[in-house]
Design a protein around this ligand. Structure first.
Ligand SMILES: Cc1cc2nc3c(=O)[nH]c(=O)nc-3n(C[C@H](O)[C@H](O)[C@H](O)COP(=O)(O)O)c2cc1C
Length: 396
């Protein structure tokens, strides 16, 4: 049963300031106000040691606060050691992991961004090589470098594909222990000072593999019909919500569709969202794919904003805030998504690797910050004068 304090904390409030584009209007979710709608989507860096954040994470994530994004998500952080995708994954399974993230949190807050954490368990996609080291299961060549493979887990003993490692199927006691690890991770995330938490239930990782009939072949309470397959995710949401402070927003990222015949589909996601909403989830982050390969592996080339129909349907049918992401490239494109009510938050990933200042440039394009007033003083003072000079010599 949902505690009263969670039930009554209100639905997200989007502010519309007539003189501002929606992309640069604030939004309040629970007790957290995001200064605009640009979110840095979680992006694994595979650069941690023993799951601990380091200077790479500080600079990588810090640049997005300077770049003007309202909410900056840390990459997927594993709730237990065997839940990492690679040896380089971030972890959040101890107080030491929380402590290592505090400098990131404090820099983001100091520069106007809300720090977000994504907690995850890779399930049968764990024990892998980094993308640039082969992207396959860890093997002898990795062991020679000191990166040894480990035993992996899933709802059922079925590998991702013919070349993947075989997971063992979790017992009910093991399931409960993994769920407790998610709840503990929520506690460590709060301890580190994060303001927003996202549960990763997408892309073929553990929670998604419980949901999908492609990967869950159990015949106990955690499998079978849709209600059984949803049990792991919903119980995890309940356990996390019980630990995560009521005023702090909770997001869940789902693969809204598997995109394969007989897989999890959008109707399933609408039902799941309804159940998650009644358990205190504020925002559904609408992703797709990944059950049998990479999340972006499809038969056809993906168009700009390819996940929008998913966010649009879930938002309308469930009356819940959604985040969309997936080839959102242009400021005008992002603004139109919000103007046409297809999502509430705009996730930017690869575009932010290309241009960490995407949000600030979008504000210029949409006329929300023509005079560099929102930039850090250390930059804005110079850029205003540079702009005036460029105009005076006819370059602008
Ligand atoms: C380098 C990289 C790492 C990623 N790591 C994660 C992750 O940790 N968790 C997650 O849910 N999605 C992850 N994704 C997916 C992105 O969050 C995003 O959904 C996807 O890239 C589509 O958005 P884009 O077209 O703006 O890149 C990653 C993507 C990239 C490019």
């Amino acid at each position: 049963m949902l505690p009263e304090k969670i039930k009554n904390r209100g639905t997200p409030v989007a502010e519309t300031e007539t003189d501002k584009p929606l992309l640069f209007s604030p939004m309040t979710i629970g007790g957290v106000t995001l200064k605009n709608r640009v979110v840095i989507s979680p992006m694994c860096q595979y650069s941690a040691h023993d799951g601990l954040a380091n200077d790479w994470h500080n600079v990588h994530l810090g640049q997005y606060a300077l770049g003007g994004s309202a909410l900056v998500f840390c990459e997927a952080a594993a709730v237990e050691e065997r839940g990492r995708i690679t040896h380089g994954d971030l972890g959040i399974w101890s107080a030491d992991h929380a402590a290592a993230l505090k400098p990131v949190v404090s820099f983001l807050k100091a520069h106007g961004a809300s720090p977000g954490m994504q907690i995850a368990h890779a399930g049968r996609k764990a024990s892998m090589q980094r993308p640039w080291q082969g992207h396959g299961p860890l093997d002898d060549s990795d062991a020679a470098r000191g990166e040894v493979a480990w035993d992996i887990v899933a709802p059922s003993a079925q590998p991702v594909n013919d070349t993947s490692l075989m997971p063992h199927d979790l017992s009910v006691a093991e399931i409960q222990s993994v769920q407790q690890a998610f709840a503990d991770a929520a506690g460590y995330t709060d301890e580190a000072g994060f303001e927003v938490l996202e549960i990763h239930s997408a892309h073929g990782y553990l929670s998604h593999t419980f949901l999908s009939p492609m990967s869950n072949h159990r015949n106990d309470a955690y499998g079978g019909d849709r209600a059984g397959r949803m049990r792991f995710t919903l119980e995890t949401v309940e356990k996390v919500r019980a630990v995560w402070p009521a005023h702090k927003p909770l997001f869940v990222r789902i693969s809204s569709v598997d995109g394969v015949d007989g897989g999890w589909d959008l109707d399933d996601s609408v039902v799941l969202t309804d159940e998650m909403k009644s358990r205190g989830v504020d925002v559904v982050d609408c992703s797709s794919g990944g059950i049998a390969g990479m999340a972006t592996t499809t038969r056809d080339p993906l168009p700009l904003g390819f996940r929008l129909p998913l966010s649009d349907r879930i938002r309308r049918d469930n009356d819940i805030a959604t985040m969309t992401h997936g080839l959102i490239v242009h400021a005008e494109q992002a603004e139109e998504i919000l103007q046409t009510d297809q999502a509430d938050l705009i996730g930017i990933a690869r575009e932010a690797l290309y241009n960490p200042y995407w949000a600030r440039h979008a504000a210029q394009t949409l006329g929300a910050d023509p005079d560099f007033a929102d930039w850090p003083d250390q930059y804005g003072w110079w850029l205003t004068r540079r702009e005036a000079h460029l105009k005076s010599i006819g370059v602008r």
